[in-house]
Design a protein around this ligand. Structure first.
Ligand code: SOE
Length: 384
């Protein structure tokens, strides 16, 4: 079994989720082709990175991402920073020949995403756009069922990603609410997930028409946030220049039609990434707030027993589940990241491609850009 040295760039919420995954992957997948060594975590100069390193279990703490990704002893660079740093870090990592995982959305702009694809493909390095929900076992099971023909021809994709964490107007202007840091709001942060899942499960979208809304236009400025704000840090109000909610309709290449809704203004929706697909033989639906369940409806069942069936996804012959507990002993949200880093370690050790690649992430970015273009033009826009 190979040992692969990992550098994690970023310390926030995703830093914790990814650290946990790197730490526990060997426990759940002891037979994997490689195991990780948590070599170095790198944060911003103002962060106490040593404290993160101690808590999250990294050998070293660093403040300089450029020096970190250039190190000869690093095999995998895992990027979990705000979006504006994705492109420069990923391009530098590609140039130094590292395998790269990058959080979603791939970049803040289409141009940056294109540069990232070019750099990674030119360098020939493994590049993962880290859409973790593909590796929720129930979603992987949905993919398997679709490939086995459970749905047949697909007619509808219907997705909502509902959160409610900024409904309060006194919630501060954090980085996720600033275009210069995050690129967009609900659209790129959570709309990107349902766009990727639609692509994964139903195929490419060719055209969209959408609307984006910002309900609360100004918010209190945090003391430690300065970049690009009109108000002085720690005083007064700053402009929210991203969407609070985005909705769009889509046409798929295979003739299906879809609806998408991404909002941070849905009280009661904590992290409700839910979708339903309707096809000629039946339907499949999923709700992340009940992530160990997959609901299916089959038109092939005799009419007198037709109805929605809930599959418990906790058994060893379901995707990823042989790594975990006996049936009925459920896993959680964090295990989607464990499964992702496991697949990444396999890909790096065996030198095989892992999807979604940066090119797949670029495709998601193109759909999001078309939604933004449609919000401006008030027309249907092609995904190009
Ligand atoms: C915040 O909206 C967030 O943490 C997203 O950034 C993640 O991608 C999503 O999985 C959960 O919500």
């Amino acid at each position: 079994m190979k040992e692969l040295n990992v550098a994690l760039i970023g310390c926030g919420f995703m830093g914790k989720a990814h650290s946990n995954a790197w730490r526990s992957v060997r426990l759940f997948f002891p037979e994997a082709a490689a195991y990780p060594r948590l070599k170095v975590i790198c944060g911003a100069p103002e962060e106490d990175v040593q404290a993160y390193a101690d808590t999250y279990g990294w050998e070293e703490a660093a403040n300089d991402w450029a020096a970190t990704v250039a190190r000869d002893d690093i095999d995998i660079v895992d990027i979990v920073t705000p979006g504006k740093l994705h492109a420069p870090i990923a391009m530098a990592a590609a140039e130094s020949g590292k395998a790269i995982s990058c959080e979603k959305p791939l970049a803040n702009t289409l141009e940056d995403a294109e540069k990232m694809v070019e750099a990674a493909e030119k360098a020939g390095v493994i590049n993962l756009a880290s859409f973790n929900y593909r590796r929720v076992p129930a979603i992987a099971l949905a993919k398997q069922l679709i490939e086995e023909g459970f749905l047949g021809r697909v007619f509808h994709w219907r997705a909502q990603y509902l959160q409610d964490w900024i409904v309060d107007p006194s919630f501060p202007l954090v980085w996720r609410l600033q275009k210069s840091e995050a690129g967009s709001g609900a659209l790129g942060d959570i709309g990107a997930h349902i766009t990727d899942l639609a692509y994964y499960l139903c195929g490419p979208v060719t055209e969209v028409t959408g609307h984006m809304e910002t309900f609360i236009k100004e918010r209190p400025v945090l003391a430690d946030v300065t970049g690009g704000l009109s108000a002085k840090a720690g005083q007064g109000m700053g402009k929210v220049d991203v969407d609070d909610a985005s909705i769009w309709l889509a046409k798929f290449d295979n003739g299906a039609i879809g609806t998408f809704e991404a909002t941070r203004f849905a009280p009661g929706g904590l992290n409700k990434n839910c979708w339903e697909i309707n096809g000629e033989h039946g339907s499949i639906r999923f709700n992340l707030e009940r992530l160990t369940e997959l609901e299916v409806f089959s038109r092939k069942d005799p009419a007198y027993v037709q109805g929605w069936k809930t599959i418990q996804v906790s058994q060893e012959d379901q995707p990823y589940m042989s790594a975990y507990w006996p049936g009925g002993h459920h896993i959680g949200w964090e295990h989607s990241f464990v499964n992702s880093v496991h697949d990444l370690l396999e890909a790096v050790a065996n030198e095989t491609e892992m999807r979604p690649t940066f090119r797949d992430g670029l495709y998601v970015q193109k759909v999001l850009a078309a939604v933004e273009a449609s919000n401006e033009s008030r027309q249907w826009e092609r995904v190009v």
